[in-house]
Design a protein around this ligand. Structure first.
Ligand SMILES: Cc1cc2nc3c(=O)[nH]c(=O)nc-3n(C[C@H](O)[C@H](O)[C@H](O)COP(=O)(O)OP(=O)(O)OC[C@H]3O[C@@H](n4cnc5c(N)ncnc54)[C@H](O)[C@@H]3O)c2cc1C
Length: 310
């Protein structure tokens, strides 16, 4: 029996061969996943993970693909997307239990209807809860980590652990999920009791700021670089003449220099060439090494980015 058929026997979810990942990323860029699986429940996920281990298949997990750049050659092994089947959430007073595939936007909209807030800063951040916690998504002053009480994670042996807040080792756009091969299954989040009207006001204000500042008309993956400790990546990129730079259909936005947008047919190589050029200009002009915020998935040969001295 072929590998893909064996995996189909393990899960009631979706199993696809050579699935284009451009369909699963907000950049609309990326080659195929050799095997693409959307498991239907934790038991299915565990079976797929154990199968991958027994068969030496690489595992990559994605959420809504809004902070990743996938290589043009795609990703070997199994790409697991935690999607709608992992999308449930419930409330108990001001505590929310959320599965990792739930949409962050849908969740905060529904919380608002229950007069629960605290995540207003996240209005306009696309993606799923798993991706948001893995990336410690937020703004310059607010991070989702501050609300996370605990969560369940699965390792690549299929074993499940309960992580308390501190076990995630949260930092600016960082959690340990990025370094340890762990899949977040769910999280428990502390919300604040607030009047719906007050939340709506904050939502409208936050969305207006985003529409004014961000190039939301074209596919992108949010901020490309992390902000350095003392300044903004967008500012130093702009001051280094990066706005409007382009390779193929990948261009540094004129509206916000920390956004690369896909004008239609950009490739991952185009984006990487642009990242390299932008990083090098800022290094020469400002003596600053910008670090990537977006995650590169797949094989990027000869990346040649400047490393920050530890
Ligand atoms: C227009 C736009 C605006 C944005 N604005 C912001 C912003 O203001 N602030 C901000 O922080 N981000 C922003 N982003 C980036 C992005 O939306 C967030 O980082 C988001 O939280 C990522 O979630 P995702 O589900 O799309 O994750 P993905 O992009 O699919 O994955 C991101 C990383 O998380 C890992 N991951 C995903 N799910 C899991 C899981 N269940 N377990 C373990 N690891 C997992 C992946 O392996 C990958 O390394 C923006 C993006 C766009 C396109």
């Amino acid at each position: 029996m072929k590998t893909i058929e064996k995996i189909r026997n393990l899960t009631k979810g979706t199993v696809l061969f050579e699935e284009p990942l451009s369909k699963h990323t907000s950049f609309k860029i990326g080659g195929p996943a050799e095997i693409f699986v959307e498991p239907s429940c934790v038991d299915d996920l565990e079976k797929v993970i154990k199968f991958a281990k027994q068969n030496n298949l690489e595992v990559t997990v994605i959420g809504n693909g809004t902070n990743i750049l996938v290589a043009d050659e795609g990703i070997r092994g199994i790409v697991i997307k935690l999607g709608n089947k992992f999308g449930k959430f419930t409330f108990s007073q001001n505590i929310a239990f959320i599965e990792a595939g739930a949409s962050l936007q849908f969740f905060i909209e529904q919380s608002m209807r229950h007069n629960l807030g605290g995540l207003e800063f996240a209005f306009g951040i696309p993606g799923a809860i798993g991706g948001a916690i893995a990336m410690n998504a937020g703004t310059n002053s607010h991070y989702i980590s501050t609300k996370v009480l605990y969560g369940d994670v699965m390792d690549l042996n299929g074993k499940i652990y309960r992580f308390k807040h501190d076990d995630f080792h949260f930092d600016y756009r960082y959690s340990i999920l990025q370094d340890e091969r762990l899949i977040l299954l769910n999280a428990v989040i502390a919300m604040e009791e607030k009047d719906e009207k007050e939340i709506v006001k904050a939502k409208e204000m936050n969305l207006r700021v985003r529409y004014d500042k961000q190039p939301l008309d074209f596919p992108c993956a949010g901020s490309v670089f992390k902000n350095p400790p003392t300044t903004y990546a967008g500012k130093v990129l702009e001051e280094s003449g990066c706005k409007g730079l382009h390779f193929g259909d990948a261009i540094i936005s004129d509206k916000h220099a920390n956004f690369i947008v896909n004008l239609g047919n950009a490739t991952a190589d185009d984006v990487v060439n642009l990242i390299r050029e932008a990083q090098s200009r800022v290094y020469k002009n400002k003596d600053l090494v910008l670090e990537l915020e977006i995650k590169l998935l797949g094989d990027f040969k000869n990346l040649g980015l400047i490393e920050r001295k530890k």
